[in-house]
Write a protein that binds this ligand. Structure first.
Ligand code: NDP
Ligand code: 2IT
Length: 445
């Protein structure tokens, strides 16, 4: 890292001990910023780097709830309100046993830059809990969500902080959270949460948006290199919200999506995944992907193992952080991968990203490639504010336009700062400039 920035990175390490994922996310951004701070010394003079690495506010609270057997359970919940220079704090809530402050801070930090890249007026934040929804009944999930919102509501508001979903939080959880917010505040404040169901203020295409957006970005990146996704062998990892709709859009654009995974194993379906069946197994039945293979005689389920062993031309990691390491990247390269786009947040390790870039693989970082989710959340806020409801086609067109804008911003900034074709540098530089200029304009606040 450039010595101008190294010192700030050391400070982040010292101030945030043990938060490895947060350190990783900060390092990845700072590594791109040397040419920026050389051209704009005012950012260092006004301590923009230190300020941007320190959340505006961090909340940690207890969530007590009663399980179906009548036993009291205690979880820990977080909301990190990272940066509101561009708009209200915006970012999802994650429910997963691995959630701790370092995960929420990495996600909140990424969210600042991702949200800026969309060109929409949203700041960055993230939250979640170590609550594990797996194996919990609907009633338990509802009681947990209600208890969590009983503390969280006082920190939220359509102009203050607007959560949405992430791992383990989908339409069901957002519904329970919104219901409790409405009850406590006695306000029908639709714009306080996004990812809502269509019946009560949700937006068409929000469910599909992250996966669709990732594929739109991939399409743009391939087109810029004179290539196309049509006819390509594609793999997605994960089998949740992002993975399902990435697979659906890739298939609609003529790709052959041959594999997906969960934390227990992966499925290979050489005829192309049956996305409707996958949706049914995951969204309706809430089963493991092994159940998909049980329904499809020609599909194979591999317990354990790595989905990245399956040869493909386009890889879309859509599960979780650090799921694709250097050795998986090497396997992908040996098998002829042309493009990797991160549907998840930080799924590729730094060593994997380096290897892919060195081997000439097109690489789209999550803060660009998965920005379609939060962008469509912002469209949901727009519809809520104007008490309107847009058609699927109109909303999808807006999403496509926004992803084209994200791609253009990355490509242009990479070019301007001497790293043509480097989407990591382009995404970090373009979004940093936007947030840093707003922070300078707003003064020391
Ligand atoms: P879901 O909960 O719908 O699905 C998550 C998927 O990832 C599941 O298949 C899950 O498998 C797998 N997974 C989760 N944790 C692990 C783990 N530790 N190891 C292996 N597999 C794991 O979440 P989403 O699809 O919403 O989110 C996926 C990724 O996309 C996350 O990185 C999220 O931050 C990111 N993202 C999500 C957006 C959204 O709008 N939802 C927007 C932008 C990014 P299993 O069931 O076995 O746990
Ligand atoms: O990581 C993300 O961008 C999300 N989980 C979606 C955030 C949002 O506010 O829609």
């Amino acid at each position: 890292m450039d010595p101008l920035l190294e010192e700030h990175y050391r400070t982040v390490l010292d101030r945030n001990p043990g938060e490895q994922e947060f350190h990783q996310a900060v390092a990845e951004v700072l590594e791109s910023l040397a040419p920026v701070v050389r051209r704009h010394p005012e950012y260092l003079e006004h301590s923009v780097i230190e300020r941007i690495c320190e959340p505006e506010r961090q909340l940690i609270f207890r969530v007590p709830w009663t399980d179906d057997r009548g036993r009291v359970q205690i979880n820990r919940a977080f909301r990190v309100e990272f940066n509101s220079a561009l708009g209200p704090f915006k970012g999802g809530l994650r429910f997963h046993p691995s959630v701790y402050l370092g995960i929420v801070k990495f996600l909140g930090f990424e969210q600042i830059f991702k949200n800026a890249l969309t060109g929409l007026p949203i700041g960055g934040g993230k939250g979640g809990s170590d609550f594990d929804p797996k194996g919990r009944s609907d009633a338990e999930v509802m009681r947990f969500c209600q208890s969590m919102m009983t503390e969280l509501y006082r920190h939220l508001g359509e102009y203050t902080d607007v959560p949405a979903g992430d791992i383990g939080v989908g339409e069901r959880e957002i519904g329970y959270l919104f219901g409790q917010y409405k009850r406590i505040t006695n306000r029908y404040e639709s714009g306080v949460l996004t990812g809502k169901g269509l019946a009560y203020g949700g937006s068409r295409v929000r469910r599909e948006a992250t996966g669709y957006g990732t594929v739109f970005f991939t399409e743009q990146m391939l087109a810029a290199a004179g290539d196309s996704i049509s006819g390509r062998r594609v793999i997605v990892s994960g089998s949740g919200n992002v993975a399902i709709y990435a697979a659906q859009k890739a298939a609609q654009l003529g790709a052959q999506v041959v594999a997906c995974s969960d934390s227990s194993g992966y499925v290979v379906d050489e005829d192309g995944l049956d996305v409707e069946l996958l949706r049914h197994v995951k969204e309706v039945e809430r089963l493991r992907i092994s159940a998909y293979a049980d329904e499809r005689p020609d599909a194979t389920y591999v317990a354990g193992g790595s989905v990245w062993d399956v040869p493909c031309e386009v890889a879309l990691p859509c599960a979780t952080q650090n799921e694709l390491d250097e050795s998986a990247a090497r396997t992908l390269v040996e098998n002829g991968v042309r493009a990797v786009a991160e549907g998840a947040n930080m799924p590729c390790t730094p060593a994997a990203v380096r290897l892919l870039q060195q081997r000439g693989v097109l690489f789209a970082p999550g803060k660009a490639a998965n920005a379609g989710g939060v962008a469509t959340s912002s469209l949901e806020m727009q519809q809520n504010a104007s008490r309107d409801s847009w058609s699927f086609a109109h909303t999808e067109d807006r999403l496509r336009e926004i992803m084209t804008g994200v791609h253009e911003r990355c490509a242009t900034s990479a070019e301007e700062y001497g790293a043509p074709g480097n989407y990591v540098a382009g995404a970090n530089i373009s979004s940093f400039l936007q947030v840093a200029d707003a922070m300078l304009a707003l003064g020391v606040v």
